[in-house]
Design a protein around this ligand. Sequence first.
Ligand SMILES: *Cc1c(COP(=O)(O)O)cnc(C)c1O
Length: 419
Amino acid sequence: MTSSSPVWHPFTQHAIQPEALDVASAEGAWLTLGDGRRIFDGISSWWVITHGHRHPKIMDAIKRQTETLDHVIFAGFTHAPAEHLAERLVACAPDGLTRVFYSDSGSTSVEVAIKMALGYWHNQGKPRHKIVCMEHGYHGDTVGTMSVGARGVFNAAYQPLLYDVTHLPFPSEGLEDNVIAACETACAAGDVAAVVIEPLILGAGGMKMYGADTVRALHQVCRKYDVLFIADEVMTGWGRTGTRFASEQAGITPDILCLAKGLTGGSIPLAATLAREDIFEAHYSTDRSKTFFHSSSFTANPLCCAAALANLDIWDSEPVMDRIAALETLQRAHMKGLQGIDGLKNLRQIGTITAMEIAVAHSDYLADIGPKLYDAFLARGVLLRPLGNTIYVMPPYCSTPNDLDLVYGAIADAAREVR
Ligand SMILES: *Cc1c(COP(=O)(O)O)cnc(C)c1O
């Protein structure tokens, strides 16, 4: 691939990084480049691949689906893959979520959730528009989801268009009670439509982890003030945090649950926003003006639904939880091994995700350290894409002990080199 390519890549400064690596194929946890080089996919291709690339059951399901129905308008029409998938999502999600709305990305799943929450209040004649979210949160890159995410260099150009929200501070260890109190103060004002958070770990905000107790307490505050609780499990869903959904660890059912990324095992794009019955009911009326006015062209695409059904089959028929537990244990040992290394700090883990900071003078997202580390890892055959000076590992569940030796060896080497 050359720099004369017309392709404009995401989150890429083309003047600094003109060359994109050409990937020819992928299998399991590994990518193969056009020049034959193999690279371990240590971040599951931006957090989407769960079981591994090209899982045969998912690939077969997509192929089979192409023989009957590629796509059809989803307003006024339905199809078996979407119907079956909705039933099975309701069955495996936390109890009490009864309605499934399809879209096509994590961002749209959150946009849909926010619109459902606003519609819920609007249609009852009690309009509420304030959204409460968390400092360092990330919910997508559309204008609506940027508004509820962290503000910074990523959205400085768009800032005037972002709507006003209340950001709770991040519940760092020891400060949890303050955050719960801040949520209580915000909700008590009476104008809050919903609280939207990433449960247990903030992904793009720097793999910041916090406890299930805090998730539960925030949920309780919402209960108390009749505020909708939206769990953005776009990243945490499908096993990443050690349970199928992070909400399970908090023992809660969110009012609205956002799923995407691993929903199809990461193979093709699909998102789902699950809602409690009363949120659906607030839109259920002979009055057409109370319709939930949202769609995307490819809502519930049958090929994507077939891929998601195959993903659920894998969860039901293969030892996915055992793989996750094994990956968690293996990485725990590796993290212990890193503890002695000078310059690595805040070593932390939740489920299959590990993270740490590398001690450097300039540590924000735009600092040179990120790209430097990225190149150092690639030179060792490992794809890791640090967030500023935060190195994290989020491997597919099929990763082997040898793969992890390679990854954690590369981290240890890079830490020594950078010093
Ligand atoms: C990735 C992510 C999103 C956005 O998903 P896209 O599919 O990239 O639009 C939203 N929320 C969280 C928590 C994410 O990690």
